[in-house]
Design a protein around this ligand. Structure first.
Ligand code: FE2
Length: 325
């Protein structure tokens, strides 16, 4: 596969797994195209044209030749110069036990470079997902708007191009795949939960613990945890609202979710402020685990790359579990 084909596959899989539904993503893309056409010449020059093809601002090829044939990839949850140096070392030292082919590409799950600088843009997805669970879109949007601007200010001062420059200096292609992988986790868990229909929070925890990434994380003291509520509590309606959509949304949303009939939220991670608000709104919260969930999403994507003959070298916390036969 070429780098372009790998990137296209990530976007395609992300859209298929998007909790908003592929039709809704299509409408969103159409609106962006319509707005783009109306921009002035100067505004067009500043516009990231990738947005016309890719609905996920936190997923980009950050450096490398798009036509390059890729055979081996190092994949991590994060990327920094250290991880890239490991890739370079393994490429240069076949005797280090990594085989003979060079590592052509590093894929990071968490965004870096311009994909990190525009992480806030992907958060709009959360409003439509919340609407699917019964929260009126006007409420979801207005609460998110405040949070999105906080996140935008939060990422603005970060020295976001450090890893990208390291990759360029080392001659390794670099891309990040964030929301498409998180969408894969959300739709994967949604299917299992809808099939198993857990009645109590404890049942939900047991279902999650059977997923290999979560049971492996359990052994590393990073397993599934109940942040709000108790295992004897009824789940009620279970919402997968905190798995995808960039980063944590508004802490004020739990009261609105409770009013919309949500009983339990499944998330990857949760801050203390959000936990307290969920408790105050009597919403159960089951935290599946951060790196384990990120790994699950990446694994679902990586299995497809392996099927196409690409070799994967896990790094930077990735818990690699293969599902492909
Ligand atoms: Fe993450």
């Amino acid at each position: 596969m070429t780098l372009q084909q790998i990137y296209n596959l990530a976007i395609e899989m992300g859209i298929k797994a998007d909790l908003r539904g592929a039709k809704s993503v299509e409408r969103h893309m159409k609106r962006i195209k319509e707005k783009y056409v109306k921009l002035s010449k100067e505004e067009k020059a500043e516009f990231d044209e990738e947005k016309l093809k890719n609905p996920y601002s936190d997923t980009r090829v950050l450096c490398g030749d798009l036509n390059k044939q890729i055979k081996r990839i190092m994949v991590g949850i994060d990327v920094d110069a250290g991880e890239l140096m490991v890739a370079k070392y393994l490429s240069d030292n076949p005797s280090a036990g990594s085989g003979r082919e060079p590592i052509d590409l590093y894929i990071s799950h968490h965004p870096t470079g311009k994909a990190l600088a525009s992480l806030d843009e992907v958060m709009h997805l959360q409003a439509e997902v919340l609407e699917k669970y019964g929260v009126p879109i006007n409420i979801a949007e207005s609460l998110l708007k405040i949070r999105i601007s906080e996140v935008a200010r939060g990422v603005a001062p970060i020295n976001h191009n450090k890893a990208v420059m390291a990759a360029k200096n080392l001659g390794i292609a670099l891309m990040c795949v964030h929301t498409p992988a998180d969408n894969l986790v959300a739709s994967y868990l949604k299917k299992i939960i809808e099939k198993e229909k857990p009645e109590f929070v404890g049942d939900l925890v047991d279902i999650l613990k059977k997923i290999p990434e979560y049971s492996l994380a359990q052994k590393e003291a990073a397993g599934v945890k109940i942040f709000s509520g108790a295992k004897e509590n009824h789940c009620g309606k279970i919402a997968l609202t905190e798995i995808t959509g960039g980063t944590e949304g508004s802490a004020k949303i739990y009261e609105k979710m409770a009013n919309a009939g949500v009983g339990t939220v499944v998330g990857m991670h949760m801050s203390e402020e959000h936990k307290k608000e969920a408790e105050a709104s009597h919403v159960n919260v089951v935290i599946a685990g951060h790196i384990s969930s990120d790994s699950l999403g990446m694994n679902l994507f990586l299995d497809e790359l392996e099927k196409k003959g690409i070799e994967i070298i896990p790094a930077s916390g990735l818990i690699r579990v293969k599902r492909s036969k």
